[in-house]
Design a protein around this ligand. Structure first.
Ligand code: ATR
Length: 294
């Protein structure tokens, strides 16, 4: 819809705080969702320097925004400016969504739940009873791992170049959710055959991300099996080298576009206090598939 007809004096304000934000497709995502649902909301990207985060959050609150998303590098730092933290935010150590109600800031994290919802939508699979290997141990790995443990995964093995970071996530899961996690470096993961023997492999590292599309987190001699599912949180390129290798073994594969869309959908549902119908969800997927090409 034409912006002059769409954004009016009473339009509900939503936004994204991050740095950089120029590349972000979240504005298109959220404005598309509101178009499809016929809601009077507008979403803008706001580039905020680290030392200005408190001022920015205060300004957003003062201006009457309904809520906002937070992206790199502010997902951890934003917590100290919020009044109420969801259990996920506490376990994940980061927030990606804030809703402002009665002048109070409620922090949420929809990355993990967005991943679970996307996995189901993209592959039809759920994680209950599954043996899962997570590649990488950054913020994305932590959010996904926490949700996987809560959703009944049988085991979670976090594999990372820097093993200490994987150990931290292992400890959070084992002490605060269920005792089902382990952590190791790549060599141990290869020698123990942890990767070959799991049901689902999730890449959360940046290896293979545009423009370094030759990157791959796994040894190419690894023998995958066709009943394994490989999920790459990268969506540009549409098929990373990892996904192409997985396909050559007949594995089920999916890219991170679904996670990106679903974490946004879940944020929108929190702000608007509604459940987005399946049909609208499918329309959003249709519009965004082009962003993963190239
Ligand atoms: P995010 O917030 O998206 O999770 P991050 O916190 O920067 O991003 O984490 C990136 C992950 O990719 C880390 O696990 C990182 O490994 P280290 O913890 O050892 O740094 C992993 N990663 C990045 N480049 C890598 C590389 N060349 N080889 C192996 N792992 C890599």
């Amino acid at each position: 819809m034409d912006i002059n007809q769409r954004v009016k004096g009473g339009t509900v304000l939503l936004g994204l705080l991050g740095n950089p934000v120029a590349h972000s497709i979240s504005p298109q995502l959220h404005n598309t969702i509101s178009d499809i649902l016929g809601k009077d909301t507008v979403y803008v990207a706001l580039r905020v320097q680290g030392d200005k985060l408190g001022e920015a959050v205060g300004g957003i609150k003062a201006c009457g925004f309904l809520g906002f998303n937070i992206t790199v590098p502010h997902k951890e730092a934003v917590i100290k400016f919020c009044d109420e933290l969801s259990d996920d935010v506490i376990l994940m150590g980061a927030a990606n969504t804030v809703k402002i109600t009665d002048d109070r800031l409620y922090a949420y994290n929809t990355d993990g739940s967005g991943f679970i919802r996307a996995l189901k939508l993209q592959t039809g699979q759920d994680v209950k009873g599954k043996k899962i290997v997570i590649l990488g141990a950054g913020g994305t790995a932590r959010s996904i791992s926490v949700k996987l443990a809560q959703e009944g995964a049988k085991s979670i093995c976090i594999v990372n170049r820097t093993v200490e970071k994987a150990r931290c996530i292992e400890e959070i899961i084992n002490t605060r959710i269920h005792n089902i996690a382990c952590s190791m470096g790549y060599e141990e993961a290869y020698s123990s055959k942890a990767i070959e023997q799991c049901d689902i492999i999730v890449n959360t590292t940046s290896l293979g991300l545009h423009p370094n599309i030759e990157g791959c987190p796994l040894d190419e001699n690894l023998q995958l099996k066709k009943n394994q599912l490989v999920y790459d949180v990268i969506y540009k390129p549409e098929k990373t080298r990892l996904l192409r290798i997985a396909e050559s073994f007949g594995c089920i594969t999916a890219n991170g576009l679904g996670m990106l869309i679903c974490q946004g959908i879940e944020a929108y549902e929190i702000w608007m206090d509604m459940k987005i119908p399946q049909k609208a969800l499918e329309q959003v997927f249709q519009v965004f598939i082009k962003y993963s090409r190239g």
